[in-house]
Design a protein around this ligand. Structure first.
Ligand code: ADE
Ligand code: ZN
Length: 339
């Protein structure tokens, strides 16, 4: 064990690290207990008759397997209060893990398609983020377009967001990657950029390196979500390193969705060794078995990550965030004090 007396010592170091979480789908933080409670509150019938049965269904062999269940789970989210309560519950978990800043994804098309008002989705999430700000957790909200839907649908969603842009910092691209390359969304991303929004996209989770190239060259993203398959292309790695772009890596997600065959085969150390600015994130923690510290611990134990590597990962989470340099500075100083 490098630099730590034992696994408990390393877990304590991880717990004490100030962290930013940059890849978290708020709908993916819907725990089975809350799903069952909201189903009851809203009179929604679930396909499962107990919390245990919901959890037992969480066995996935690829991204689409997961997405099919994730969209079903969302059906219990109907009111502004539901989105507020969901976000509040995530923020309590984040605070317990010493997360000081969050950049949260939401999937408005998963809700507006069911008749939920866009204003209730964004309003409920933003109200919870406001409460957390008063308790010392800063945040940004990133609206994702569902890539299995058309670009016209994404454009209509951006139209709906216009009255709420004071609450939305950026746009992203998620859902089924294979068969839905980034260039399908070139125009809506260009429009989002012109509106002053920051840009991110899931790329290279299941999709080939070419999708990562497209996210960079066609969409012009500020950050890549996942990016695992970029490692297959040395020129692409050099491009990402040269541009100083951050990858939001999700170890337990990668394990649960069979992006890696085993956590010991996770490429996180290889990413750091290649000079990539990787970060550790939980993606959809209610579905993948752990929040941010659990992700850090799983990958650190499997790869025997050193104190220096963990410090770099924590630092990357702030320097890769959309916080200003001035707002990053106190967090970076707190991390440096642990080094
Ligand atoms: N939506 C929620 N989680 C996702 C993931 N890991 N990849 C793509 N879309 C998602
Ligand atoms: Zn994701």
């Amino acid at each position: 064990m490098t630099g730590f007396a034992n696994a408990a010592d390393r877990a304590a170091f991880i717990a004490a690290l100030p962290k930013a979480e940059l890849h978290l789908h708020i709908e993916g933080s819907l725990e089975p207990e809350m799903m069952a409670a909201l189903a009851q509150r809203n009179g929604v019938r679930l396909a499962f008759d107990s919390v245990a049965a919901i959890r037992a269904a969480y066995e996935f062999s690829n991204l689409q397997d997961f997405l099919d269940i994730y969209y079903q789970g969302m059906a219990v989210l109907l009111t502004e209060a539901d989105f507020h309560d969901l976000t509040t519950a995530y923020l309590a978990r984040a605070a317990a893990d010493n997360v000081r800043h969050v950049e949260i994804f939401f999937d408005p098309q998963g809700h507006t398609a069911r008749g939920v008002a866009f204003a209730d989705v964004v309003g409920g999430i933003a109200r919870a983020l406001d409460d957390a700000r008063a308790r010392g957790i800063s945040s940004r909200l990133i609206m994702c377009f569902l890539r299995h839907l058309s670009e016209d649908d994404a454009q209509a969603t951006l139209d709906q967001a216009l009255p709420h842009l004071h609450l939305i910092h950026g746009v992203g691209l998620d859902s089924s990657e294979l068969g839905h390359p980034p260039d399908k969304f070139a125009r809506v991303f260009a429009r989002a950029r012109a509106l002053g929004l920051r840009l991110v996209a899931h790329a290279g989770e299941e999709g080939p390196p070419d999708y990562v190239w497209q996210a960079l060259d066609v969409l012009g993203v500020d950050r890549i979500d996942h990016g695992n398959r970029a490692l297959e292309d040395a020129a692409l790695v050099q491009r990402i390193v040269g541009a100083g772009l951050t990858l939001t890596v999700c170890p337990l997600s990668n394990l649960k969705l069979c992006v890696v065959r085993d956590i010991t085969a996770h490429p996180l150390r290889a990413m750091l060794a290649a000079g990539l600015k990787a970060t550790v994130n939980s993606d959809d923690p209610a579905y993948f078995g752990g929040y941010i510290n659990a992700n850090f611990i799983a990958v650190a134990d499997a790869l025997d990550l050193t104190r220096d590597e963990l410090l770099i990962l924590a630092r990357n989470s702030f320097t890769g965030s959309f916080l200003s340099a001035a707002d990053q500075a106190p967090h970076l100083a707190a991390i440096a004090a642990l080094g």
